[in-house]
Design a protein around this ligand. Structure first.
Ligand code: SF4
Ligand code: SF4
Length: 461
């Protein structure tokens, strides 16, 4: 056996066989708390092998064990076991985690890092007093981003101030965050889309299915063309699309900032809205075209596991129906109607899609079916640095990951980037290559309008 085989194989055989699982020291009183009991179960499944460090973006950049999944797991274990308020050390390293979940794909022991870090973030928000400016910023993001009307107003203001972002003085983290916010604002804010009125979009021809569509929050403001393309594509395929009244942000933005109550409130509104539809005419799926939201929707069953009936059951039902648009298009048989465009696409796999939902083959197969040449960049498993509000809160690491990703995408020689998540499209869209949602490319090839950015892609081709 070559020595190269030792690191991956040894931990799996030895650690599992000889019970090298992590020991924890929670008291029976602590374990009576269902969140602690769940984290205890997760912690005890870790065999300390460190394989996850190899694919962790923050460890790759910083080389610090405390910025690796294993290091964070130890910090979280110590913080939760002690029952004391979170310390600055724990907050710093947990805040630097992208929640990209690359570690979950790599882990041979099935450690559910996502649920552990979600619990840690909520614990930190409960027990740690952040500096006043940071508290204000986090509250502002929570009060603006999930609400399309407020977000649109904020974006209009930010787009006016955008040209002055580089002139903004100061070396502090807060100044860097404000510069990041302004530079991420689009130069032009699209008008609200007429297609996003609540209602039913009937199937063309014989009805083959009926789905709900999560219209989202930030995405519908930044790029309404994504929902328009989704509705056109689905209705053309004979699928009725319902935009249910009462739905809104999935809660992911608050959830990942540790804001448990607002996240649950937003999730509950969605569950109520879709349950009414499920119990009425019925739904074959709840379609999500922003994969960050899809990962959260699919986790509603877990988020509501301690809730009384009927919420737990309703949440499970909604989570069970939640499907990425690429899953639904594959299931109903997407077919193009235009000749191949002669364009090469670099497919950027959003972390929430490849690690969070384990959807890897479908988007590439659909793009190839549509007639695109599909290339994959090196280090496809590494995050682009977007990660919800991460590029606003951790602009330095996010910027390094963005440059690394853009370099890898450019080296494919493709003319356009395709991705299934608005966060990634915003993060990568201001580079030399246009970044377009997969669904807009598929809709174009099935008879829809040419997406913005294709003219630039043709110049690059
Ligand atoms: S979620 Fe991503 S950044 Fe966080 S520990 Fe895992 S691999 Fe590292
Ligand atoms: S999380 Fe998984 S890969 Fe990382 S140290 Fe624990 S068992 Fe190993």
């Amino acid at each position: 056996m070559g020595l190269g085989l030792v690191p991956p194989v040894l931990p799996m055989i030895c650690f599992v066989g000889y019970s090298f699982f992590m020991q924890t020291l929670f008291t029976p009183a602590q374990l009576a708390d269902p969140d602690i009991a769940e984290s205890n179960r997760i912690l005890r499944s870790c065999v300390h092998c460190g394989m996850c460090t190899a694919t962790c973006p923050t460890f790759l950049l910083r080389g610090d064990e405390l910025d690796s999944p294993r290091g964070r797991i130890y910090l979280i274990k110590d913080m939760l076991e002690s029952g004391r308020p979170a310390s600055e050390l724990e907050v710093r390293h947990v805040d630097r985690c992208l929640s990209c979940l690359s570690c979950m794909t790599t882990c041979p022991s099935g450690v559910h890092y996502m649920h552990l870090v979600d619990h840690a973030r909520a614990y930190i928000e409960k027990t740690y007093q952040r500096p006043a400016a940071e508290r204000f910023l986090r509250r502002l993001l929570s009060a603006v981003l999930p609400y399309p009307g407020r977000f649109r107003l904020a974006l209009i203001g930010a787009s006016l101030a955008r040209p002055f972002a580089r002139l903004m003085p100061g070396q502090s983290v807060m100044a860097a965050r404000l510069r990041a916010m302004l530079s991420l604002a689009p130069a032009h804010v699209p008008s609200p889309s007429a297609i996003e009125r609540r209602g039913v979009f009937p199937a063309q021809g014989e009805r083959r299915g009926r789905v709900g569509l999560l219209t989202g929050c930030a995405q519908q403001v930044l790029a309404p063309s994504i929902n328009e393309a989704t509705i056109r594509l689905l209705t053309r395929m004979g699928i009725e699309v319902v935009l249910t009244k009462g739905q809104g942000c999935c809660g992911a933005l608050d959830h990942h900032m540790g804001h448990h109550d607002p996240a649950m409130r937003l999730a509950r509104a969605n569950i109520a809205a879709w349950s009414a539809e499920i119990e009425g005419e019925g739904l074959d799926a709840i379609v999500v075209n922003a994969s960050g939201c899809g990962t959260t929707l699919k986790d509603y069953g877990f988020m509501f596991r301690e809730e009384a009936a009927p919420w737990r059951e309703k949440a499970e039902k909604v989570a069970g129906l939640a499907s990425d648009i690429s899953e639904v298009l594959t299931r109903f048989g997407y077919a193009p109607s235009r000749p191949a465009p002669g364009l090469t696409v670099a497919y950027h796999a959003a972390c929430s899609l490849q690690h969070g939902q384990k959807i890897t083959a479908e988007p590439k197969a659909l793009l190839a079916r549509a007639g695109f040449q599909v290339k994959e960049p090196a280090e496809g498993h590494i995050c682009c640095g977007s990660a919800g509000t991460y590029n606003l809160m951790q602009p330095e690491i996010a910027g390094q990951l963005k440059e690394r990703k853009l370099g890898n995408l450019a080296r494919t020689g493709a003319a356009v980037i395709a991705a299934g998540n608005i966060g990634c499209l915003t993060q990568l869209g201001d580079g030399a290559m246009p970044a377009i949602h997969t669904v807009e490319l598929l809709d174009w090839m099935a008879g829809g309008p040419e997406p913005e950015g294709i003219a630039k892609a043709r110049e690059l081709a």
